[in-house]
Design a binder for this molecule. Structure first.
Ligand code: NDP
Ligand code: 8X3
Length: 304
């Protein structure tokens, strides 16, 4: 089995959620961490905590993955000791809005495509040649169950994740004759800042996503990523799909309405007006259908 000891691991979007959870877990496992995102104050804070806890080597830098010039400058500007990246985790990503396509915001669409697709491509293009030259490297993409199944209100987000899935497959084929490995972890509903960002900071709307069910935690996804990265060199984990136990499809979630409404303790990530037109047209299993006691049909909140 491989371990992470001394491997230089770049995690994009490490300032919250799944990226932050991977940073915490990989630091404990002895990785040298390169952490980037736009909120560098958070990265600095996280790095200070992890250095104190694990004496690990961490370098943080500001990066908007969707800004092509910034990506190329950031990688050119890396100190020599950080320029040989062994593991790239393409995690940075977001969703914006849940409008049906005919009412969708072009700004929301551009932001998702720019971040989830273009950003991932730009970063990969910077890091990959060095890996190929050195004859070693792992690329792990955080895709999503939305990369396999589209849902109403999520057409564009799902399209970006389908694109990442296709890119992951193509990249694996391009690299088939090399020792490099291309892997993916695709989680279902995971409680992070994801829904707060999707609903432009509206915490009530974000909380409703998780009413009556237990979502994955960021740590669950980080553990799957660790599993993939620590297989022996001849094993390439193609994809790990992780569902919460009571989710069996993008729009199939069983909710127990006897549970108190979900209330997140996460801090608000962005302060922008809520999107009122979300939550339309979702198919939900209520307790009557799902076997959970005590709910009336049609009363459970829609998913995602
Ligand atoms: P969070 O909102 O908690 O984290 C998103 C991270 O991406 C943040 O660190 C954010 O940092 C970073 N990010 C966003 N835009 C950019 C950008 N332009 N440049 C650099 N970094 C950026 O959500 P998650 O942890 O849930 O999301 C991580 C990944 O997991 C995403 O790709 C998401 O699509 C995917 N995913 C999430 C699921 C979920 O249910 N939560 C399920 C399946 C997949 P900052 O704002 O500081 O730049
Ligand atoms: C995030 C999972 O179902 O909210 O990729 O799209 S979902």
């Amino acid at each position: 089995m491989f371990d992470l000891m001394g491997r230089t691991i770049l995690i994009t979007g490490a300032s919250s959620g799944i990226g932050e959870a991977m940073a915490r877990l990989f630091a404990r496992e002895g990785g040298r961490l390169l952490l980037c995102a736009r909120r560098t104050d958070r990265l600095e804070e996280l790095a200070a905590e992890l250095r104190a806890a694990h004496e690990c080597d961490i370098h943080v830098f500001h990066l908007d993955v969707g800004d092509r010039d910034q990506v190329s400058m950031a990688f050119r500007g890396l100190p020599d000791s950080w320029s040989s990246i062994d593991v790239l985790v393409n995690n940075a990503g977001l969703s914006r809005g849940m409008d049906p396509v005919q009412e969708g915001s072009l700004d929301d669409w551009d932001e998702m495509i720019r971040t989830n697709v273009s950003g991932l491509l730009y970063v990969t293009r910077q890091v990959l040649p060095g890996m190929v030259r050195r004859g070693r490297g792992d690329i792990l993409n955080i895709v999503s169950t939305a990369g396999h199944e589209a849902y109403p209100g999520g057409a564009v987000y799902c399209a970006t994740k389908h694109a990442v899935d296709a890119f992951t497959q193509g990249l694996r084929k391009d690299l088939v004759s090399t020792p490099l490995r291309v892997m993916a972890v695709s989680p279902g509903m995971t409680e992070t800042e994801f829904s707060l960002v999707r609903f432009h900071g509206d915490r009530e709307q974000a909380d409703r996503v998780y009413n009556g069910m237990t979502p994955l935690a960021a740590r669950d996804v980080a553990e799957a990523a660790l599993f993939a990265l620590t297989r022996p060199a001849h094993v390439q984990v193609g994809e790990i799909i992780l569902w919460p136990t009571n989710q069996a499809g993008s729009t199939l979630v069983a909710r127990d309405s006897s549970k108190p409404p979900h209330s997140s303790t996460l801090p608000p990530p962005h302060s922008v007006p809520p999107n009122e037109s979300a939550w339309r047209g979702f198919y939900e299993l209520n307790e009557e259908e799902s076997g959970f006691p005590g709910s009336e049909p049609g009363t459970s909140p829609p998913i995602v």
